[in-house]
Ligand binder design. Sequence first.
Ligand SMILES: *Cc1c(COP(=O)(O)O)cnc(C)c1O
Length: 368
Amino acid sequence: MNIPFVNLRRQHASLQPYLNEALQAVVDSNQVMGGDRLLQFESAFAKKVGVQHGVACGNGTDALELILRALDIKAGDEVIVPANGWMSAAEVVLLVGAKPVFVESHPLYYTLDPAQIEKKITAKTKAIIPIHLYGLAAAMDQILEIAKHYHLKVIEDCAQAHGASIGHQKAGSFGEAAAFSFYPTKNLGALGDGGMVVTQDKTLAEKVRTLANHGQSAKHHHTSLGRNSRLDTLQAAVLQVKLPFLEAWNNRRRAIAQYYQEQWQGLDLVLPEVPSGYQSVFHLFVIRHTYRDKLAEFLLSCGIATEIHYPHALPAMPVFRPLVPDSQAFPIAMSQAKQLLSIPIYPELTDEEVDYIVHKVKKGCRRL
Ligand SMILES: *Cc1c(COP(=O)(O)O)cnc(C)c1O
């Protein structure tokens, strides 16, 4: 059997007639930028998250940067970011001229460890960017409490967490604003790049919209220094087709995750943990193994592709290293980076493929 790490071909094959129709409708309408389709998708997506406003933009990284700019975070400010995760959060802090301050990874959940935040707060700290990593929401109760106490803004990186929740509350509705990515491999993905800022705050949403449109508050009236960051109407049409399937796709991911969990109990590996009351959407199924590279090699020899998210903790990345006097100060993130392994988990996996993966991981673990 040959199991790629993701298989978008299958997802698109099942949607082909709907996608063709939606794309053709955009072509026929001759409205390829903006328009009702885009606005409809913005409000439909914001509604799913449970917030008032959605402002589409070019990608998830832009969404984060636009939020920081709209909140006037700039040179001289510090922003708390996780040591483990995709780099966009730390990257955009640098892009607006502020300083990313890394916080250690949680030993079980891999998200920002709330117990490690307070000691990193200074008079310059303005915001916290938790990443809801691998589909699991960060510890928002504690993060919001700390933020309230120190008057910090909370900006959620939801690029891996479309539909994730804590209790009945969806990721993306906890902070000042949240950034989503519609990169093709995310739980909700376009046929190219895309992103969205969601927020309950109307003024903030308007600021983001202006900034994403050349600082233009009315046509040919540029009131602030903005940029160009748009979601193509074609991509909005694709996302509109896919949005109604998100919940079913997430449920299938959860069912596969639960099966992996049951089948791999007692093996010499660390399975992902979900705190009680949290619903992960398993963007990734990340295990930990002492001989990670050997296990990955064995699985590859069986035709199963795996990936590593992420092979380097962010404080150890060359681009961020100058900001971190002691990169050894993140022993948990560093050791996780050496052991984490992402096993294929996507809604289109067949039961047969899932069983094959289950069997080969067992076999691999027993051999190592
Ligand atoms: C994918 C991703 C991003 C960036 O999204 P793009 O649309 O690729 O810019 C940001 N944060 C996390 C956690 C991601 O996984």
